[in-house]
Design a protein around this ligand. Structure first.
Ligand SMILES: *[C@@H]1O[C@H](CO)[C@@H](O)[C@H](O)[C@H]1NC(C)=O
Ligand SMILES: *[C@@H]1O[C@H](CO)[C@@H](O)[C@H](O)[C@H]1NC(C)=O
Length: 361
């Protein structure tokens, strides 16, 4: 049993809400530059937040910025060949450089705050771990589970244990790519939703990043197809439910992870607009909306009581800023920027066609 079943059920029952677009569509050079500029400004502000809070940031928060750094380097490389984007690209290069310095400094703070967790997960904040997708694909809606399991027995503990075996960072000194039966069962079971589902995807994504190819890892792409199809389904429900606050973190996590896995249909223009709206203008962070400035807070409170799962390592700062929300926001926004640079509308080739709503990029 696993997942956020009751929450999903509520999402299904919420009336359809159609969003009004306010950004220019990025299908002209001007629209593209405007969109890229807005994403970049949001990322610059979020990086100022990271800089101010660096000593208190946890590893789960740092990961999002590590992902962003890789995406920015990717954008910088593509735009080097586009003369009309040189001013923007200067900013991209500067931000990537600033992040490199901050990420380097963050390690000494993490050593003090959570040395064991750092030792186990250090690979994922190392330069070179995250490799950008070398090809794009789309989710396949026919892989969505007929039903999702309703209870969550998939603890972060178990998931961490399996990730440590995979990364080969445990105290037993074993090699990477180890897949005990217990983890195989946990990581390949069907019907999961919520954070359990995203952890299953993380598992196979990490396996790809470190190059595990034996046994079940031969079917790596199949599992990623399966999990991302279901994560897409979940995100679509979140959109229909008008993005209640308790689901925003997972919504962005799904975009960051599946987007990084090469599923380009996660980069939907309305989803980009929604995420940009959630940034707190003063702090530059992402997190709990202030009651007065959020028209959705009633819906959020309604959903909150059904969302019993609390992320164990969540770190909340003054002003409602969440390290995890901010990390997932920058990791997903970096993905939007990379997709915008890497797959400009004019060069888009049709991908394998599966029935799914159009993505803008
Ligand atoms: C989508 O998934 C279904 C069921 O697994 C499969 O039969 C179909 O070939 C897939 N479509 C594509 C385009 O991969
Ligand atoms: C998680 O694992 C640790 C060490 O294995 C254990 O001490 C702790 O009780 C576990 N917590 C839960 C919630 O299972």
């Amino acid at each position: 049993m696993c997942g956020l079943g009751r929450l999903l059920l509520l999402l299904l029952l919420t009336p359809l809400w159609l969003q009004v677009s306010s950004l220019p569509q990025p299908d002209t050079p001007e629209g593209k530059a405007t969109t890229a500029g807005l994403i970049l400004s949001a990322l610059e502000r979020a990086t100022v937040f990271l800089e101010e809070r660096l000593p208190d940031f946890n590893l789960d928060g740092i990961v999002g910025f590590q992902v962003l750094q890789v995406q920015l380097r990717g954008v910088h490389k593509v735009w080097a060949g586009e003369p009309q984007l040189q001013l923007l690209n200067l900013r991209v290069g500067r931000l990537a450089q600033k992040l490199l310095t901050l990420l380097h400094r963050s390690t000494s703070y993490l050593k003090l705050s959570d040395p064991t967790y750092l030792q186990e997960f250090q690979p994922i904040i190392q330069p070179g771990f995250w490799k950008l997708p070398h090809s794009w694909t789309r989710t396949n809606a026919s892989m969505v589970y007929p039903t999702f399991e309703t209870e969550d027995a998939f603890s972060e503990n178990h998931s961490d244990h399996c990730l440590v075996q995979l990364l080969g960072t445990g105290m037993d000194g074993s090699q990477p790519c180890r897949l005990p039966d217990f983890c195989r069962t946990l990581m390949t079971r069907t019907g999961c939703s919520g954070y359990s589902l995203s952890h299953q995807l993380i598992y196979f994504l990490f396996a790809r990043m470190i190059g595990c190819t034996k046994g079940p890892f031969q079917q790596n792409q199949h599992y990623m197809d399966l999990f991302c199809a279901n994560m897409m389904n979940l995100n679509q429900r979140v959109e229909v439910a008008r993005y209640p606050y308790p689901t925003q973190d997972l919504f962005m996590e799904n975009i960051m992870l599946c987007g990084f896995g090469g599923f380009v249909d996660f980069y939907k223009f309305p989803w980009l607009e929604a995420i940009l709206r959630w940034q707190k203008q003063r702090e530059g962070c992402f997190g709990k909306p202030a009651p007065e400035d959020n028209e959705f807070s009633k819906a959020a409170q309604h959903h909150q009581q059904f969302l019993t799962r609390v992320k164990r390592r969540e770190k909340v700062f003054p002003g409602g800023c969440s390290a995890h929300n901010t990390a997932m926001a920058v990791g997903s926004l970096g993905g939007f920027l990379y997709a915008l640079a890497e797959r400009p509308p004019a060069h888009r080739k049709p991908l394998q066609s599966t029935p799914s709503p159009p993505s803008v990029f």
